[in-house]
Design a protein around this ligand. Sequence first.
Ligand code: NAD
Ligand code: AKB
Length: 338
Amino acid sequence: MGGNLGSGGGAAGGRRRILITGGLGQLGSEFVAALRDLHGVDHVLLTDLRDDVNRSLIQSGPFARLDARDERALDELVTGHRIDTIYHLAALLSAVAETAPQKAWDINMNGLLAVLEVARRRGCAVFTPSSIGAFGPNTPKDWTPQDTIQRPTSIYGVTKVAGELLCDYYYRKYGVDTRGVRYPGIISNKTPPGGGTTDYAVEIYHAAVATGRYVCFLAGDTYLDMMYMPDAIKAALDLMEADPERLRHRNAFNVSAMTFCPEDQAAIIRRYIPEFEISYAIDPVRQAIANSWPNNLEDYAARVEWGWEPAYDLDAMTRDMLRVLTARRGEVSREGAV
Ligand code: NAD
Ligand code: AKB
């Protein structure tokens, strides 16, 4: 373990004492930094099943190896570090889950159950992300309403709907302060995505900068909701600090920032890299999942209940992604030349 959490603070309007599960993944690795900026390095305990990736992040503050399903180990960390808030990010994403449905159910559901049980006993608040994957083929595809039909056909979606309901149940039955959003595909440049259907939208930027071409596993006209990482972080932090009196939905807020298809994204990239080429080699499993998800969500409830507003659209995100990745590539080639 990288160290113990410092003393002082509390959840109510001040510095929280936070534990993150699955913290070495695409979201967690950036949530850690944002939460440490806000609450202090020593107040944020990073945990993950793995400890063989991202050594610099592991060494940057308190870390513990934790299987989120291990309720006893989680309870010990929560009591030992006097945790008051859990960001539960451990999960298998949609494409990986489809290769091992029983394992996906085990990790996604038993991990969440362990977190909720510990939160119930120890009085913790809990943030758990749901996903656009919680919707299915008979959900309205455009401007998908906050409260609508949810009959997902992927195992990932099944666990996301069950998770939304379980979090609502723990709030109603036991008063656990559970909160969450339905994230779209998240695009970021620090940690690669962990095996989802929307991963293409991240890979495309890396490929554009590295080789100027990308072979996409979804068809060019597949529309999906997407969001840039800074907005994803803002959504979680704002929701967790929102006045509970104003929250009617709590665990499954639709949040939306932009919708596009691979052809749209390639066209925007060409504004900045005119020679960029995209071609297609469709993966039937991920295409079927994508076809069952909405094109774009209506997020009025999040706007009204806690003031949600994204900052990045497709063009602003593309400029930032290309700027960061190009600079990083320059650094790497300069280091290589030394
Ligand atoms: P990721 O796959 O990048 O990271 C998940 C992390 O969980 C990994 O570091 C993995 O080692 C860890 N993990 C797996 N099993 C574990 C276990 N049993 N105990 C502890 N840790 C375990 O995923 P992510 O993209 O960071 O997603 C985080 C959450 O956000 C998930 O609930 C996911 O469904 C949700 N979400 C993500 C996106 C997205 O586009 N990334 C979109 C919607 C929702
Ligand atoms: C996935 O594609 O599985 C995730 C998600 C949208 O939940 N990125």
